[in-house]
Design a protein around this ligand. Structure first.
Ligand code: BES
Ligand code: ZN
Ligand code: ZN
Length: 478
């Protein structure tokens, strides 16, 4: 899809069809009002109708801003794609109201996404040219252009994350992720360090190393850094990059294993965020650390009953090899805090627990940490960005349930309740004292991958974590 702005009058722009957003029927010509009434055009449900006699495509929206507007343009583009059309034009002013470019473009780009790589050629996405007439806009042209460029940087990164997550595990393994990180680095002038298993062993990262032991693919520790000239602060993003989670010897059920290619969702989100920073001229130094590992079975697999020593010296009793994400993150959090000093914020992203999905539903991220204000701000950023998130509170009693009789800590809780929180509390053991209040854990197990289209999100990966973090970065100083 190619989206451009034009100062020209809408009528002078050459295009296959014109898109018209309908909020209030009275704003339309009498004949059009009559036509839309006749076909029971629904003004509330982002309904669409194509008038082939005039080459006008109508889409309804009860509100002309925020999520409604994104959903409106998503519905429009999805239905336009079903027609054999190459170009679309529309006015930035609709129903006498100037619409926001970022909301329009988010709806268009995120809504138009389809994962077609594994479909036969005839079904592939076709190119579409979209021209937005800004002739009657009250805003400065440069500002509009900048907004368009920024929104394209964000949405194309979200789509990149979706495609990474949707790629099958046979084609996407730790080395593939490391390779993607290298490419992102070279396109964005980022520093990129990749460590293999030899490094993990040498540096005491036994928790992470053991999870990947039975896989034929070598685990990869990825470290990207974005360093502007005079950074205003330092932010560390850590992601769980399980390119596949079979559960290990505590094997998942057949049904439970399906879609576990999504277990790289956290690490992929980190790559996506890192891919936007240069384009957005981010003023913070940002580090992206991803533990890319495959959790498999075999004669060399780590076992329930093993005790593993993490990079910070803490010993972990493995009671379930399917609680592997927290083991990988434990070492990645230690690595991050050993390598990077004077951190302002440290966030981790992970498809960590099924319990989080059960607790808050598949569309919502669970936010955990020790700093109430920071957690609230993270929720607000998520909601503002169009992602759903809610806090899940730690407490001293759940904290006791991850004690171990033979090691410092157990990788599963002794209670069947509160599994998302006990996983968060496990991670807290690997956050240093000075960073306790700077840390947030995002459990994206639900929204990272949903096997049903929702709003402008497609079947499969949504790219959860990217937009909320970019919104958070935007608001730090406020
Ligand atoms: N990757 C899963 C969590 C998950 C579940 C992600 C559903 C996406 C959708 C994680 O590694 C896992 O298996 N967690 C276990 C933890 C349990 C053994 C304590 C779970 O949630 O069942
Ligand atoms: Zn697991
Ligand atoms: Zn997992």
């Amino acid at each position: 899809m190619n989206i451009k702005l034009s100062k020209k009058d809408l009528h002078t722009i050459d295009s296959d069809i014109e898109l018209v957003v309908v909020k209030d029927l009275k704003k339309l010509e009498k004949s059009t009002q009559k036509l839309l009434k006749k076909i029971s055009f629904d003004l509330k449900s982002f309904d669409t109708y194509f008038d082939a006699s005039k080459n006008i495509f109508y889409v309804s929206s009860a509100k002309l801003k925020k999520e409604d507007l994104k959903l409106c343009f998503s519905s429009a583009i999805r239905n336009i794609k079903k027609l054999n059309i190459k170009s679309v034009k529309f006015d930035l002013i609709q129903n006498d109201k100037e619409l926001k470019i970022d909301e329009i473009v988010e709806g268009l780009v995120l809504g138009a996404y389809e994962f077609t790589k594994y479909k036969s050629a005839k079904n592939k996405n076709k190119k579409m040219n979209i021209t937005i007439s800004t002739k009657n806009s009250k805003k400065n042209e440069e500002v509009l252009k900048k907004t368009l460029a920024n929104t394209l940087a964000i949405t194309s990164s979200v789509n990149m994350v979706r495609s990474i997550i949707n790629t099958p595990p046979e084609d996407y393994f730790p080395a593939t992720m490391a390779n993607d990180a290298k490419n992102i680095a070279s396109q964005n002038n980022l520093q990129c360090i990749i460590h293999g298993e030899e490094y993990l062993i040498k540096n005491g990262m036994n928790a992470m190393f053991n999870v990947g032991r039975a896989s034929r693919h070598e685990s990869q520790l990825i470290h990207l850094s974005y360093k502007p000239k005079e950074p205003k602060g330092k932010i560390v993003l850590v992601g769980k990059g399980l390119t596949y989670d079979s559960g290990g010897l505590s094997l998942k059920s057949g049904a439970g294993m399906v879609s576990m290619k999504c277990d790289k969702g956290g690490g992929s989100a980190v790559l996506g965020i890192m891919n936007t920073l240069k384009a957005l001229s981010c003023e913070y130094e940002v580090h992206g650390i991803v533990g890319a590992v495959e959790n498999m079975i075999g004669g060399d697999a780590y076992k329930p009953d093993d005790v593993l020593k993490a990079k910070n010296g803490k010993t972990i009793e493995v009671r379930n090899t399917d609680a592997e994400g927290r083991l990988v993150l434990a070492d990645c959090l230690c690595y991050a805090q050993d390598e990077i000093k004077d951190i302002d914020y440290i966030f981790d992203y992970a498809t960590l627990t099924g319990a989080c999905v059960v607790g808050v539903g598949q569309y919502t991220t669970g936010i955990m940490g020790n700093n109430e204000i920071l957690k609230r701000n993270a929720v607000l950023s998520a909601l503002k960005s169009g992602e759903y998130a809610t806090t899940l509170d730690f407490n001293r009693y759940l904290k006791k349930t991850i004690k171990s009789d033979i090691a410092d800590i157990s990788n599963i809780a002794s209670t069947r309740y509160g599994g998302a929180i006990t996983a968060g509390l496990f991670l807290d053991n690997f956050v240093e004292k000075e960073n306790k209040e700077k840390w947030i854990h995002f459990d994206i197990a639900g929204p990272a991958f949903v096997e049903k289209e929702w709003g402008y999100n497609p079947y499969g990966a949504s790219g959860a974590g990217v937009r909320m973090t970019i919104e958070f970065l935007k608001n730090i100083d406020k």
